[in-house]
Design a protein around this ligand. Sequence first.
Ligand code: MF3
Ligand code: CO
Ligand code: CO
Length: 344
Amino acid sequence: MAVRDLRHIVTSTVHLLVVLVPQPPQVLPQANDPCWCGSGRKYKRCHKPLEGRVLQGEVSPMRTVPAHIVRPSYADTGAVERWNESRVKDPDVIARMRRAGLIAAEILRAAGEIVRPGITTDAIDVFVHEATIERNAYPSPLNYHGYPKSVCTSVNEVICHGIPDSRQLQDGDIVNLDVTAYIDGVHGDTNATFLVGDVDPASRQLVQVAEECMWHGIEAVRPGRPISDIGKAIETHAKKHRMGVVRAFIGHGIGEQFHTDVQVLHYYDERASMVMRPGMTFTIEPMITLGTWQHKMVFDDDWTAVTADGKRTAQFEHTVLVTDDGVDVLTAPGGVSALAPWRR
Ligand code: MF3
Ligand code: CO
Ligand code: CO
């Protein structure tokens, strides 16, 4: 029996058992040799079909946040309260969101700088966790609906919500880091995809087009226009490069709550008829793929989403504000990609 299978049987001792989750060796076995995982089965009947795919590693225990940091209400229970929050924010909320956005952007940029072959996504989580606390902010993902870590780390075919673990980043990987900071009662949410060492040209192009898609979406933000303009701009650009747009995960209203009811589709749907108004704040975070837009859930964590065809996917995210004459990017100053690529 594969070691991973044990985890489904003895779920109450997950912490002990995950230590056993092995990672593949540098040199892989021949098809008919025993699998590297210790299952006793032939490699071809065990892990060979997953060759080149991201495997789960060991997830370390949840980290704690010092008592002086103001916590969102879900921090202690994992249960997310929802309340009516105005879509159009007061100037005071916007001022606080600028600070939260700037902090999230700074942390994302710093975290991107430690990405290199050999570092574990768990070490990136430790870095983000500490960098957030250092700035007197709470790492919004931590215990949000029970999410166990302070950042999402999504590698290669992982679309989003990858959980940091003991897997080391490999030369040639791409990794998305999704950082959200909570300070002064509001959230700032931003992500970017980083290259790990020497990355193949198709993946590099994917990352570039994903970033361009986000900027096309941002530039479509205009008061008085329907929110479907954003998805239209993103989908048009992705199609031009024959890339897919993930549909299952969308941008969202944000403010005093991490996710509000404002929905930002990254593809065109005429039903997305909500009109953008000055003072609205939401995220734009397209997930672009080298293959299909469909996703599947193959990890046993109920979080990690991967592409249905196993092809790579990349994402970028900013929190934006609708202004009187266009858009303001609240997570751009000092952050990753403060300017659209074609304006740099
Ligand atoms: N930051 C993600 C987003 O862009 C949400 C992560 S939810 C978490 O919406 F629980 F996984 F952190
Ligand atoms: Co978001
Ligand atoms: Co995010």
